[in-house]
Design a protein around this ligand. Structure first.
Ligand SMILES: C[S@@+](CC[C@H](N)C(=O)[O-])C[C@H]1O[C@@H](n2cnc3c(N)ncnc32)[C@H](O)[C@@H]1O
Length: 179
């Protein structure tokens, strides 16, 4: 009985996607704006308006892992990479860096870590076991599925980890291969 209830809880888990939108990047190429246009994410113009949740922050000390899955909100900060210094991430929330993954977007194709907002949010959803939701948001971009193909193995392995320590151990394997 208890097991059935737990299964149902897991199957029903959904995440609201929120973006603190700075608006200093090319609006025509902005992936967060496109998600909002399709009602797949909510944009917020101030930190105060942005709901509390897991904040995707490349400067964070702790790596995102399935241990963070117990949240209602996944939050990204959409700004240009030029302005994405540590001080910009002043949002309240549980800040987490994504582990090693490579970008598939045309601007940073093949480069590790510098993901677009949609790639970062999709990666978080995959690590939380929400692959369908990740596919749904990436499907709005011609290169979206390529992100999942390029990162299929690391995403699967990160999603099977218990915590950020395990995620960092796996990440190290990919970093060592790249040296
Ligand atoms: C700097 S913005 C650039 C957005 C770009 N203008 C676009 O249209 O998608 C990308 C955001 O995605 C998230 N992100 C990207 N790479 C990340 C990483 N390695 N770790 C954590 N978050 C990351 C962060 O919230 C970051 O601010």
């Amino acid at each position: 009985m208890t097991a059935d209830t737990d299964d149902a809880d897991t199957a029903d888990r959904t995440y609201a996607l929120h973006v603190r939108y700075e608006g200093d990047d090319d609006p025509a190429k902005c992936t967060a704006r496109k998600l909002a246009k399709f009602d797949l994410a909510d944009l917020h113009r101030s930190d105060r308006e942005t709901p509390y949740g897991v904040v995707l922050n490349p400067h964070a000390e702790r790596a995102l892992s399935p241990a963070d899955a117990d949240t209602a909100n996944v939050v990204a900060l959409d700004c240009s990479w030029e302005s994405a210094g540590e001080a910009m991430f002043s949002l309240p929330g549980d800040h987490r860096a994504l582990p090693y993954l490579v970008a598939a977007n045309p601007v940073n194709f093949g480069r590790p870590m510098q993901l677009t907002t949609v790639e970062a949010v999709a990666a978080a959803l995959c690590i939380f076991g929400e692959d369908d939701h990740a596919e749904r948001i990436l499907s709005k971009f011609t290169w979206g599925h390529t992100f999942l193909e390029l990162n299929e193995e690391p995403l699967r392995r990160y999603a099977a980890c218990a915590d950020s320590t395990e995620v960092v151990e796996i990440q190290q394997e990919y970093l060592d291969r790249g040296e």
